[in-house]
Ligand binder design. Structure first.
Ligand code: FES
Length: 224
């Protein structure tokens, strides 16, 4: 993994919103005063949910609030890839490029993202979209897939093709909210073509079972 650096262009300042402050209170209540630095990851996450990324002024604010050295907050932010260190646009597309998704066509999706948005990590010219390649997102059976994060939430889009990926990007750029989930309509991660689960209840209650005659067994002798 390459070194993760903070953005060159940083905002002047950062402050948590009222909503964020409520969440911060919830998390700080979990830790004794002397251990409140343990809330650093939730606090970074709250800052990211508020702004879409974690800026350097946000890291400083968190360090002050948790009474910990600023360098420690920088270390945590740059270690965990879940923290975005540069602005992400209104919708961030995280594209899984790990082996199962790659075997199913992740490279085709990447090409569409590059064509329509720009390079990996770059925000589109209109500021609406950004994409980045990530490791396995845990939906391997439904690959290739992406997670899209925006004001509608964090949603998975699965069973993608270059065509459906392109359509989703066009919809996002037009301000629409594409329908999440499998883009082929399959339910959860059932096999393509539909469920193959057994449905005959008699298979479970044993009534279809026949007596089994084991080979090479001698009949029991009658007692005299
Ligand atoms: S490999 Fe893509 S979700 Fe696991």
């Amino acid at each position: 993994m390459s070194a993760r650096k903070i953005a060159l262009d940083q905002p002047e300042s950062f402050s948590f919103s009222k909503e964020s402050e409520k969440e911060i209170k919830f998390w700080l209540n979990k830790y004794p005063e002397a251990k409140k630095a343990s809330a650093v990851i939730p606090m970074l996450w709250i800052a990211q949910k508020q702004e879409g990324w974690v800026s350097e002024p946000a890291m400083r604010e968190i360090a002050d609030r948790l009474n910990m050295p600023k360098i420690r907050v920088l270390e945590v932010s740059t270690f965990y890839t879940m923290f975005n260190l540069t602005p992400t646009g209104e919708s961030l597309i995280q594209l899984c490029g790990t082996t199962p998704c790659w075997l199913r066509g992740a490279d085709d999706l990447k090409k569409v993202c590059i064509d329509k948005i720009g390079a990996n990590g770059q925000v589109s010219d209109d500021g609406k979209l950004a994409w980045m390649e990530v490791e396995c997102l845990g939906a391997c059976a439904n690959g290739p897939m992406v997670q899209i994060s925006n004001t509608a939430g964090d949603h998975y889009y699965e069973d993608l093709t270059a065509e459906t990926m392109g359509k989703i990007i066009d919809d996002l750029a037009a301000g629409k909210t594409p329908k999440p989930g499998s883009q082929t309509g399959r339910s959860c991660s059932e096999p393509q073509g539909g469920s193959t689960a057994l449905t005959d209840g008699a298979l479970y209650d044993g009534s279809l079972a026949k007596a089994v005659k084991l080979p090479n067994t001698k009949p029991k002798k009658e007692k005299a």
